[in-house]
Each structure stands twice: as structure tokens, then as C-alpha cells.
Design a protein. Sequence first.
Length: 551
Amino acid sequence: MDYKRLAELIFPEVKESAEHWERRYPERNLPEGAKVTRLGPSPTGYIHLGNLYGALIDERLAKQSGGVCFLRIEDTDEKREVEGAVNMLLEGLDYFGIHFDEGVTADSEIGDYGPYRQSERSAIYKTFVKKLVSEGKAYPCFMSEEEITEIRAYQEENKLNSGVYGEFARHRNLGLEEVETRIAAGEEFVVRFKSEGDLKNYVSVDDAIRGKISMPENDQDIVILKKNDLPTYHFAHVVDDHLMRTTHVVRGEEWLGSLPVHLQLFEAMGWEHPIYCHNNVLMKIDEETGARRKLSKRKDPELGLGYYRELGYYPQAVREYLLTILNSDYEEWRMANPDADPDDFPFSCEKMSSSGTLFDVEKLNDISKDVLAKKSAEEIYEFELSWAKDYEPEKARLLEENREKMLRVFDIDRGGDKPRKDFIYAQQIFEFVSYFFDEYFKVEDEFPSECSKEDIEEILKRYKETYDEADGSSEWFAKIRTIASDMGYAAKPRDYKKNPEEYKGHVGHVSNCIRIALTGRSVSPDLWTIQQIMGKDAVFARLDRAAEALK
Ligand code: GLU
């Protein structure tokens, strides 16, 4: 068989040689040990946690080694393309601090190894497909859908492995003339790889996360070029990651199954394969069954990255959480280096677990609290404002109009050894401080049952009469103690606990009446500070409002 003629016959338009592309994309000039990684998402418009999780690994490996992390858009599946998806992706990842050194950008692309959209690389792929055909390693296959369906049915019936292999690879050895005739008749074809693999033999590879992996060889004549002249994922991966000089392929474990195909293709091309890093799928504990399961797009809103944006999770907190689940020693490192930049953590693939990774929003929330407790009031304010501008313009307006006041609000119990850990994400933070705004104030808790309605009215009345904004914190509280004891409440909770029958309640119950009147809540940060920020007029207005509501 004259494979060169066959190659010319099916690809007359392909003029470039493989060497041309090799020269066009030379080895990268990088320091020893520098890693080149890439994120290869499909532009489906849905950005999920897995994308960020993978991107963070890519980014850490490249940045820490002085390498390159690039973005390649894998858009060979035209059906899945969604308009604006690339910008959504760039923007979504940018929020979490993932910036690519090279690849597709918002309006074009940067870097010497492009084009970075697979749909624009058809000429490149075809050169290499033609090369394989000319070497007798690939062939045109004209089988129709019906024929393939028929083969599948036969295989099922006879309990054979399904797919196009061995005797089922019917067009493997078509003669030149037949190919010519079919092409002249306008028949469409795909190009299949001619597999020499045997399921009885094993291939093995050292995965940077999983260690040594051994799997049976691939015996299927897989499609490498589709009818639309675009490659399948398998072929595009091999050609792109070779020519773009990727050193580490970080991708989900769902690709493990096709690893033998990829290794076989690299070998057929005469190229060294990159280091594979197959990461874990993210799991959660199902609320209903209590069992571990994969996060699902349909059931779990927390799988979408948009979820964290809308609620306003702090990017650093999400990154730190992901590092916690990525590397088993991150938390330990964090404790030993509480003030270090998380990017200084020596990230490594070897420390990643190779069995399902559990994603846990509670843990994320705990980390958020720790991270936010260390931010200044100014940082919290700016973060809150930018979130509100994107998602809650009305709240943004209030925050802007009350800048000075909000800075003081966010500063309550901040700093020091034991800062309060009340803040988790932007929406919750606004909610937490919302009582400062009349527009959002609502009474959420009930007055203590120890105090009768008449007593509450009396407490609020006396409190207002004796209130002096100039009082320091202890003078202020002393006045509340006086009101309490004058009205038959213990001035100290301890006294009440000792002799409950002697009192109606204690000073805590009295001060809680005031707290609820002012904030609508029975739990709040330091009330004296809150009042100082609110100002006397607002304090009185709240007291009047509460008294009115009691009538
Ligand atoms: N386009 C593939 C995906 O979205 C990328 C896999 C890879 O990184 O190689 O799953």
C-alpha cells in the first residue's frame, strides 16, 4: 500500500510539513525545572469549582517554578459553544486570582504558541493526521452511523467489547482505488488511528498525583479527525500539548480511562508525553443519604463558581480553602505561618490525595472567618462595596453614603489577639450589620421572657432619660445596673443565679431589652460601641420605635 499516495488523496490541501510546525513552535526557553501548564476548558458557559480547582493547581505549579500557565480554549465540539463563555471564564477565574501568562484573552490572545483556540488550529492538526496516514498509522473510515450502530448491536448480542477494533475496523485496509472512488462520490469520512495495541499488554505511566498507573493497552481504532475537519479531544490533546510544550497536564480523573490512547498516540507521533497529574473529582456528603457522592451540576448550586461570586466569598478565602483540600499539609503550614502570603506555601502534586476529595462548605466558611478576621475594616469595606456594586446596587449606595460610619462598624472588635470572627461572605456581612440602616432594620428576636411588657416599657423609658452619649462604656453600663436593681432585677447575673426567687431577672435581661430595641437582635457586638456609631438621634429613634411597637 502506498500510504503517501493515500495521504495525498485525502489531504491534497495540506502543504505544510510536520517539521514546519516543530520549527514554528520551538522548545521553550525556560529555566531548569520550570513547569508549563495549561487549562483547557470547553466554552460551555458553565464554570464550576473543578475548573478553579484545576486552574489553581496549574497556576501554582507554573508560578512556583518560574514557568508558564496558559489558557487554551477547547472548542472542537461546536454544539457546546456558548456565546460570551470565554469572557465569563476569564472574569470568573480572575476574581479568584487566577491569571494566565499566555493564551486566550478577553479580546484576542497573547503568546508565541497560538492560536490558542482549537477551532483555529485545524491546519496544524491536519498536517499531523496526514503524517500518520502517510506512515500507515491512520486511515480514512467511511462507515456510516447505521453501520456502527449495527456493529454495536452485534457486539452487545455476542457479549463482545464494543467499539471499532480488529475485525470491526472494516475500513482499516481499504485499497487506494476504493478510497478514491468513495471520495469522488462525495462520501464523507473520519480518520481513525490504526491501533496496534493489545488488551493483554499493559502500559504504565508515573502520574505525579497517583504514582505508577498500569492499564491495558488501547486496541480501538479511535477517531482522530472528525468529519468537520476538527480533531477529537484525544488527538488535539496530544498535538497541542506537544507543540505548546506543556510539561504537566493537570486534568480530572475522568480522563484516566483514555490515558492508554494518549500514550499510544504520543508514541506513534514519536514524541515524549508530558507528566500527567490526574486530580480528584470533588465529592460531598449527600444531605439526604449521608453517603459520599460527586458534586452534581443539577443538584448542587455550590458546584458553580457563580455561587461564590453572588454570595460574595472572599477570593483569598476560597483559594486557601482549595489549598487546604489540595495539599494535606496546608493547614499545618498555615498554623506555623499565620501571616504568610498563602502563595508562599510550597505546593506539590505528591501531597495531593488520590482518592475522592471531600468538598465541605462549612469548612470553607470557617476558613473565610479566619481570613476575614485578619483584614482591616478598610479592606472589608472595599470588598463589601465592590460586591454590592455588582449584585446589590441599593446596598452599594447605602455603603457609599455611609462610608465613615461603616468603617467604624467593620472595625468593631477588629485587631488584637482575639478578633471577632463574625464575617463569612459579603451577603452575610451586610446582613450582619444591616441593623445600622433603617431601611434594613427588623426585629428578629423576642424580648427576654423575664421582663414583662410593662417592665420593658419602663426600662426603655428610664434608659432614654438617663442616656448620655458622652458616657464611657463603664459609666454607661453602671446606669443600666441601676435601672436593673431599681426595678427588681439583680445587678449581677451571679446574684440572680444564686437566689433566682429574689429577682425578676438580672442586668443581662435588662440590657438585652435595650439591645433588641436598638439592633433587633439579642446577640450583637459591643452595644456601647454600636451606639457611639449610631449617634444619639438614631439611638433615641430606635428606642421610641420599640416603645411604640409595645403599645
Ligand atoms: N476540554 C477538556 C475538558 O473540559 C480539558 C481536559 C484537559 O485538561 O485535558 O474536560
